[in-house]
Design a protein around this ligand. Structure first.
Ligand SMILES: Cc1cc2nc3c(=O)[nH]c(=O)nc-3n(C[C@H](O)[C@H](O)[C@H](O)COP(=O)(O)OP(=O)(O)OC[C@H]3O[C@@H](n4cnc5c(N)ncnc54)[C@H](O)[C@@H]3O)c2cc1C
Length: 422
């Protein structure tokens, strides 16, 4: 077999996994990455606290996926937070998730989560289902954090059918682990094999996929030719700022791009001079406008008092439109939760990581809208003309979209398609 030349667009988890597999199979691989670093939506902040703080992916979901062999070869350590507890704040009370489970107030919310995988109703949003079941306001708030934020959106956007399918597929969801070292170290075993193939600051502006060779044009005007191209940019990039495709993408692909959700959102990292939250607190689901906070330093060596505040979907859009000072707003919410002006008074500094404004990501991660069907992800993943292939978390077909392991699997799948005899 003659050596196949392949251009991989994007050096995130999917792109690195594709490039590593293709390089191992003897292909001549070039990875084009628009930003100045590898990792994509895996990125951390150094120097802000006495431990690294994740700005993108933070958890490893379960021990039955493709990340586990990488954990071993990267020599990093996974931590399971068995001694930490999640808290819920509603009606002015702050109680542990365990106590809430034992009580009556949130019973309907827990029943909703436990039975969601059996849903077979109409193409509704999760919010429509909650309203139809007359769930009380505090149940809505808990579910918006527990389900809406977890899927990178809000309940008015998250599709019930797709979400139910996701729950059915995903056996691993309760077992979450964090990494003692920076999360990006998990990608080292892939990166080490392709480091010298990556061109940074290489923004792809146009992809011609109709001829005998694919032609990829960089923003500076340089043309590169290859037997095949794998595009791994997010579905929001394809929706809002795609490279020019020639020929244009077919109708099915365009429909898929607009039928899969990917919303904006941000993490605000807040540093305080002392802890004012319970020592065993991990996540805090709150009925304030800002739905979710957590303690990112657990298991990492360091003593700084840090909270991450996370908001996504319609709520994140709303805050952006209001043009409020996001840090002050988040501190105000914490004051309301913990009383007095405790957060504002003990605040030291903040860092805002707004993924919506990242030009080559444009949001958090993909999720099902009310009308999203499995065929949309299949169409998004489908190769075109034996030349143009698609990978990235949103193209995962096994219910693991929106994750790092889903992205890696998608990159390996696309590489397999390139290598398959035509
Ligand atoms: C805040 C946040 C928290 C998350 N938490 C978790 C978690 O706890 N656990 C988990 O498993 N997952 C989590 N995720 C999701 C996970 O990070 C993603 O699913 C995964 O990293 C996506 O990888 P990818 O390769 O598909 O896409 P990306 O990481 O987006 O990589 C695509 C790359 O393509 C590049 N690119 C795009 N367009 C072009 C172009 N025109 N030319 C050149 N390059 C281009 C981009 O710069 C980028 O580097 C989180 C994500 C975010 C944002």
């Amino acid at each position: 077999m003659s050596v196949k030349s392949v251009i991989v667009i994007g050096a995130g988890a999917a792109g690195l996994a594709a490039a590593e597999r293709l390089t191992g199979a003897g292909c001549a691989v070039t990875v084009l990455e628009a930003s100045d670093r590898a990792g994509g939506r895996i990125r951390h902040l150094e120097g802000f606290a006495d431990f690294p703080i994740e700005l993108g992916a933070e958890e490893v979901h379960g021990l039955e996926n493709c990340l586990v062999p990488l954990v071993e070869s990267a020599g990093v350590e996974l931590i399971r937070h068995e001694t930490l507890h999640d808290y819920i704040r509603y009606d002015g009370k702050l109680i542990s998730l365990e106590s809430a489970r034992a009580g009556e107030d949130l019973r309907e919310a827990f029943e909703f989560v436990d039975t969601v995988s059996r849903f077979e109703g109409p193409a509704w949003t999760v919010e429509q289902c909650i309203v139809a079941r007359h769930l009380p306001g505090h149940a809505w708030h808990y579910l918006d954090s527990r389900l809406g934020v977890e899927h990178g959106t809000t309940l008015d956007r998250l599709g019930m059918r797709g979400f139910a399918g996701y729950e059915r597929n995903w056996q691993l969801r309760e077992e979450n682990y964090t990494v003692r070292e920076p999360y990006v170290r998990l990608l080292d075993p892939l990166l080490d094999k392709v480091r010298d193939r990556i061109r940074y600051g290489a923004t792809v502006a146009r992809i011609e996929w109709g001829g005998p060779l694919a032609v990829v044009r960089l923003a500076g005007g340089e043309d590169l030719r290859a037997d095949a191209v794998i595009f791994t940019g997010s579905v929001a990039v394809l929706r809002d700022a795609p490279p020019e495709f020639s020929p244009a993408l077919p109708a099915e692909k365009r429909e898929a791009i607009t039928s899969i959700g990917m919303d904006g959102g941000m993490k605000i990292i807040l540093k305080f001079d002392r802890r004012f939250w319970p020592e065993d607190m991990y996540f805090l689901h709150s009925d304030t406008f800002w739905p979710q906070f957590w303690t990112p330093g657990k298991g990492r060596k360091g003593k700084a008092h840090i909270l991450t505040a996370f908001v996504s979907g319609t709520r994140a859009d709303f805050l952006r439109q209001l043009e409020v000072d996001l840090v002050e707003f988040a501190l105000g919410e914490l004051d309301r939760i913990f009383g007095g002006r405790v957060a504002s008074e003990h605040f030291e500094e903040a860092y805002v990581a707004d993924w919506t404004t990242e030009p080559f990501v444009r949001g958090l991660y993909s999720f099902p809208l009310a009308h999203t069907e499995p065929r949309h992800r299949e169409a998004l993943a489908a190769a075109l003309g034996g030349k143009l292939f698609f990978a990235g978390e949103a193209t995962d077909l096994d219910g693991h979209s929106g994750t790092v392991h889903g992205a890696i699997e998608s990159g390996r799948r696309a590489a397999g398609e390139v290598l398959a005899p035509s």
